[in-house]
Design a binder for this molecule. Structure first.
Ligand code: SF4
Length: 706
């Protein structure tokens, strides 16, 4: 560890990816300045990354293990400092007690934000004997991955445009807030002639900066819009007939179903003018190849989210630009390491998990999820606890506020026989309900995991020692494992040995990465990139041409969905509550709720304690169109009540024509105005994802009557 000069690391302020590079200036053991890291694949730093030292040296950081001294349900947990020995001793006694009495599977393991401890905690769960390990991917991103696996038989989250790309279709992703470092590159490409079609219910900065055409739809209707575009593509012969006939299955059924989505009907459902839909289809056909930057989650945050997302993937398939230069490509030689810095040998998904999976608690309710994911679908935690299927939990970076009807999740955690949480700060909305809290070391204080960009790997060495008695979360998981009786399986707490066991899969060691220094180490690819891999048998384990789906084709009609009793086509369903599905309710609650939009300065509920970021957004707001505000006599920054049939919160109005009239938009993660209190617990039946981007609500001046 250096004590003077500069050191290098990467940022975790927005949850594991993209890991923007950091150059840190040290004076003694204190970091005094942070700036962009040269020659590093991700950057420049955004406002969150630049605020990392405020988080690192925050006076309220959790520095010691704490145990509650009052019974659960008391208004004050009465936190008392304890030693790590006492903490581990209690954890081992409680978890082994539950295991002996009820079975290891009754202990749940969970990783929220940051995502960095995932491989270590997954290994801990399976080694202990529980398959019931889950993460915040139960409601973020993973449903889009499933939609891709069902359709293409592989994971494709979207592709960056290259110099060959003609059109980039950005579907409900505000990169200016979620990946700000990408914007400069996109703007440069736009100047060089790349066309952008952006689908988003809001006029975001991404729309303002790059869109040639903006399709502003009612939230939750993405599937109808995609089917309407398919309808026009087929009718006007603007799809890639050769690709579709040869490499897709279910084309006649999809074409027939899409007949139900003529432009006037799609305009009625989505609110997007029919001329714009036609123009979008023309643009995709005229400027090929087409690539797509999909939403990490927005399209799947509705009660029909997985099928809505599949409709978009079917649209992409019909362009014929899958895995062509400039189209939606996938890497030919990905490293056998995941973005969380682990692999399936390390996590023990290969050897232990298959023996445990019969006891996973989600397999009856979400069988398609269970087929594709070793992580369990955690969104029914209150039900699992109520039914006695989970009796204790180990949580890293958990956040009860992230779920709709959050109070049910707080009550479930409180009801557990034992719950322990590791975190950076005490977060009352979750920790008031647990028995013990452990201090986690922050990004600049810890080693694991490695950063992986394509075939390039960077080692992260701790820049400064952990504050107080905080420990790196990988070390906490390993030491917990050792105290539970599995010292050997956790290298007796030695992180370097653990990392060596992972790096062996790519022929490297920690020492090799150390030698690579700040430049990182590139693992040479066995050959050049190959396109149209489906033609050459590179996508299937049996080496036959085609896709890794049951039919060997891109499944516009999914055989797996059919097998599980779901509609094989990407059928559109109206949100459970909407102006079209529940018109009577809509008279009482006339506005559509779009919740969960990310803002540039915060990550979910994190970072609100940092002064420079809080200055940028001091309070929670509901973004409301001027017409809707005027109808309620609401002025800028008035206190307002936001109500749905499921709850009520109070916050301030931000009057903005960047939302559609009839739609309001609220960001999440505000403890004093938690929008999830008004979101219903409607879950997509295939993925189990919550419906954050649909539902009805009303806004009125605080204290007023409807
Ligand atoms: S985008 Fe911002 S918060 Fe995310 S890794 Fe980069 S600098 Fe950090």
């Amino acid at each position: 560890m250096k004590t003077q000069g500069v050191a290098y690391s990467y940022c975790d302020m927005c949850n594991q990816v993209p890991k923007c590079g950091m150059k840190l200036h040290l004076e003694g053991e204190r970091i005094v300045r942070v700036e962009d890291r040269e020659n590093y694949p991700a950057g420049p730093l955004c406002v969150k990354g630049l605020a990392i030292l405020e988080e690192q040296y925050h006076p309220d950081r959790l520095l010691y293990p704490l145990k509650r001294t009052t019974p659960k349900g008391s208004p004050d947990p009465g936190w008392a400092r304890i030693s790590w020995d006492e903490a581990y001793g209690t954890i081992a006694a409680k978890l082994n007690g539950v295991k002996a009495k009820h079975g290891a599977e009754k202990v749940g393991f969970f990783v929220g934000d940051p995502k960095e401890p995932r491989p270590a905690v997954q290994r801990l769960a399976y080694t202990f004997g529980s398959p019931n390990y889950g993460t915040e991917s139960s409601l973020c991103s993973r449903a889009t991955v499933m939609a891709s696996q069902l359709t293409f038989g592989l994971v494709t989250g979207g592709g960056r445009p290259t110099k060959e790309t003609g059109t980039c279709l950005i579907w409900t992703r505000n990169l200016a807030h979620t990946a700000p470092f990408e914007m400069e590159r996109l703007q440069r490409a736009k100047k060089q002639g790349l066309k952008f079609v952006v689908v988003d219910p809001r006029i975001t900065q991404t729309v303002q900066q790059v869109a040639d055409l903006h399709l502003q739809l009612r939230p939750g209707t993405d599937g109808a819009l995609a089917l309407g575009m398919i309808h026009l593509m087929v009718k006007q012969g603007l799809f890639d007939r050769d690709f579709a006939l040869r490499w897709t299955s279910g084309l006649p059924e999809l074409v027939k179903y899409a007949e139900e989505f003529p432009p006037e009907e799609v305009e009625r459902i989505t609110g997007v003018p029919r001329e714009r839909i036609a123009e979008a289809v023309r643009m995709l056909a005229a400027h090929r190849p087409v690539t797509w930057i999909g939403s990490a989650s927005a399209t799947v945050h509705s009660s029909n989210g997985l099928q809505n997302h599949r409709a978009i993937l079917c649209l992409m398939a019909l362009t014929g630009d899958f895995d062509v230069p400039g189209g939606l490509t996938i890497p030919t030689y990905p490293l056998p390491l995941n973005i969380f810095g682990g692999n399936t040998e390390f996590t023990r998904e290969r050897d232990l998990f298959p023996k445990l999976s019969e006891k996973r608690i989600d397999k009856d309710r979400f069988p398609v999820w269970a087929r594709f994911n070793s992580e369990i679908q955690m969104n029914l935690l209150p039900e699992y606890v109520q039914e006695g299927r989970i009796k204790a939990m180990v949580m890293f970076g958990a956040n009860a506020m992230m779920w709709p009807q959050s109070a049910l999740y707080q009550a479930a955690i409180e009801k557990l026989e034992f719950a322990v949480a590791a975190d950076y700060f005490l977060r009352p909305w979750t920790h008031d309900f647990v028995d013990m809290v452990l201090p986690a070391a922050m990004a600049l204080e810890r080693m694991n995991p490695i950063a992986i960009f394509g075939r390039k790997i960077f080692l992260r060495e701790p820049v400064i020692p952990p504050s107080g008695e905080a420990k790196p979360d990988w070390v906490i998981a390993f030491e917990m494992g050792a105290h539970l009786g599995y010292g050997k399986e956790f290298w007796h707490g030695d992180e370097t040995q653990a990392l060596n066991s992972i790096l062996r899969s790519v022929g490297l060691s920690v020492e090799d990465l150390r030698k690579g220094g700040a430049e990182g180490v590139t693992v040479p690819a066995p050959g050049p990139e190959v396109f149209r891999k489906y033609e050459q048998g590179l996508l299937r384990a049996d080496g036959k041409p085609g896709f890794n789906t049951p039919s060997g084709k891109v499944e516009l009609a999914s055989q797996v969905l059919k097998e599980y009793g779901f509609d094989p086509l990407p059928r559109y369903k109206e949100p459970v509550e909407s102006p079209l599905s529940t018109p009577e309710l809509a008279r009482e609650f006339p506005l559509v709720l779009n919740s969960g939009s990310r803002v540039l300065m915060f990550t979910h509920s994190k970072l609100r304690e940092l002064p420079s970021l809080r200055k940028l957004m001091p309070f929670a707001v509901v973004n409301i169109h001027p017409k809707d505000a005027a109808a309620q006599n609401i002025c800028q920054h008035d206190e307002v009540d936001l109500e749905s049939p499921h709850g009520h919160i109070r916050l301030k109005a931000n009057i903005s024509d960047q939302v559609l009239a009839g739609v309001v938009d609220v960001s999440h993660g505000w403890a004093d105005a938690n929008v999830n209190e008004i979101v219903a617990r409607y879950f997509d039946p295939i993925s189990g994802f919550p419906a954050f981007k649909e539902g009805l609500c009303r806004v009125r001046k605080a204290g007023g009557s409807p």
